[in-house]
Design a binder for this molecule. Structure first.
Ligand SMILES: O=C(O)C(=O)C[C@]1(C(=O)O)C=C[C@@H](O)C=C1
Length: 291
């Protein structure tokens, strides 16, 4: 199976993909297709150059990865799994700490270390890269450059770890989702290892109200509350139509094959402008349950 992942060797997305594959994919005939940015992972899927993609969705410090949310809405994909990676950002360089003038990382990496950077390198130029591993690769070129990336990338790119664990919060976790083209989802799920019979399922949907009216969101949330369905995440994201117009990303506990979930989503769908079903998949309950 070909798996599209963000970043080069050593990226956190690569780590997430390896974690998920080990637990869920049968056989060992798998290859990672490294992509320079998140859009490329979705493009690889769309062009049938890979069977699944692994992309970052949200981080415990910096919040959601906007481009992933947007592409989950725009592209014809389903979510078939998720995995959580513990993030341990390090400052990597060939040079000395006192000589660092430019610091590179993925926007999430820079954001998760915002206070550290302000305090320790107030004059450094910050540059964004497509992934933390790309930052590490670029940092090999100049001694005054440093990258914010995983400790593993220090070995991959022969960089020194100038400072370990630099993120602004000790506990730092990123949730990744595993995506497939929608027409292959059913077969892909059948090809996976049998899910843990005790695992709780999660269902992810995207809802667009199309016309705002008092109580509109309340009526959606009420449908879940009345049926005792627990929401694990709800997030608004600009619809990109007009300022103040939003789509809502909702994760809930349960499987669409459960009648209660199916009926609730059916009732909501009849009262909103758009409802996109992203998928039902074995869910992870907390950052301590990474797989
Ligand atoms: O750049 C990487 O290594 C990634 O996998 C991307 C990413 C992200 O987009 O959130 C993943 C984990 C961290 O939060 C930092 C960067």
């Amino acid at each position: 199976m070909r798996i599209g992942v963000l970043g080069l060797k050593g990226s956190y997305s690569e780590k997430a993909a390896k974690q998920w594959i080990a637990r869920n994919v049968c056989g060992d005939d798998n290859s990672l297709e490294h992509c320079s940015d998140i859009q490329d992972v979705f493009s690889l899927l769309e062009n049938k150059k890979c069977e699944i993609g692994v992309v970052p969705l949200e981080n415990s410090i910096e919040g959601s990865v906007g481009i992933t949310l947007d592409l989950l809405l725009e592209k014809d994909v389903n979510i078939i799994g998720e995995t959580i990676v513990t993030i341990e950002h390090c400052l990597l360089s060939r040079g000395k700490k006192e000589d660092i003038r430019v610091i590179l990382s993925h926007p999430q990496g820079l954001g998760q270390c915002r206070n550290f950077l302000k305090k320790t390198f107030p004059l450094a130029e910050l540059r964004t890269t497509g992934s933390t591993s790309h930052a590490a690769k670029l940092a090999t070129e100049f001694e005054e450059m440093a990258a914010i990336a995983s400790p593993e990338t220090a070995d991959v790119y022969n960089l020194d770890i100038l400072m370990p664990n630099i993120q602004d919060r000790k506990h730092n976790h990123t949730r990744f989702v595993v995506i497939t083209r929608s027409e292959t989802t059913e077969n892909m799920i059948k090809s996976l290892k049998q899910a843990d019979p005790y695992s709780t399922y999660k269902t992810s949907i995207i809802v667009y109200l199309d016309r705002d009216r008092p109580g509109a969101l309340y009526s959606i949330l009420g449908e879940f509350a009345r049926n005792n369905i627990n929401l694990t995440r709800i997030e608004s994201r600009p619809s990109k139509k007009v300022l103040g117009d939003y789509v809502f990303y909702i994760d809930l506990e349960g499987n669409i094959s459960d009648d209660i979930i199916k009926d609730a989503i059916y009732n909501i769908e009849s009262s909103v402008g758009m409802l996109k079903m992203l998928g039902s998949y074995p869910g992870l309950n907390s950052c301590c349950e990474s797989n």
